[in-house]
Design a protein around this ligand. Sequence first.
Ligand code: DOR
Ligand code: ZN
Length: 345
Amino acid sequence: MEQITLARPDDWHLHLRDGAMLRAVAPETARHFGRAIIMPNLVPPVVTGAQAAAYRERILAALPEGSAFEPLMTLYLTEDTDPADVAAAHASGLVKAVKLYPAGATTNSASGVTNFDKVRPTLEKMAEIGLPLCVHGEVVTSDVDIFDREAVFIDTVLDPLRRATPGLRVVMEHITTSQGADYARSGGDDLGATITTHHLVINRNAILVGGIKPHYYCLPVAKREEHRLALRKAATSGDATFFLGTDSAPHLDPLKENACGCAGCFTATNTMSVLAEVFEQDGALDKLEAFTSLNGPRFYGLPVNDSTLTLTKGAPVTYPAKIDSADGPVTVFDPMMPLHWRVED
Ligand code: DOR
Ligand code: ZN
């Protein structure tokens, strides 16, 4: 029997939501993952240290009895963010990153940043104290094609922002392009990049061929096949720049299967089986642990988890097509391929 044992993985980009959805999805991540960076795009967003502390308590309350899962909290950067509040939330150990959403880029990003001059004092404080900025890297102006949003953001926003703020540690979240992977690689120790499970599996055909497939629609939207292959190369390389951030983003099915469907793929349930399949396909099972369990803690300056996770290869494993929340069903990401690696819970 083929088995691999990894230091327990972490998810460096996760949406847990709140209320009934939180109670439904928190156990799905806690089953396999040690820690996760929790996205703050609630309605209203998690902006202050006090709000992050309260949200953390709600997450802990939603975990199964005895779970050791640790939510790593973030603050949502707005043009009114108080640098002193950010510094205090970091100093207390509560907050591990600040999240930058360009206003209008994605789900619940209306309070995000339009005028980057307004957040300069916060970015400078973060550079001083070593608090990472997690960046949703897309421009949102209507003259830029949605498939070009990431590449244009790197050239016109991210690179100038990093040059203007020396020492700022940045995570390029959920990169989807070869340009994203190349830029991340070029950035030295202050720059990292997360890659989602689904962007390693799907290209844009999954969304559009044979009918519109809303469960494959997420932001940044999946790109051409050449970009998926560039992401596979980056993730399976072992390069410490790249680590797993699933961006598992649950929405109720009626809100996905909709004339204006929400963006997000819900991958928490089967992510580790999918990743093992992907890494095996690329002859890189020996690099899986770096991607899921080592590179992220290294970037964030946290210890590697001391517990482990074992995957066993055998007959195809199946996962439920949907999980249920008290508000309705949520479809689990379908990787459109058999999965042979079972996670031993
Ligand atoms: O697909 C996405 N869903 N991308 C994001 O950036 C946000 C997320 C969500 O919150 O639903
Ligand atoms: Zn996200």
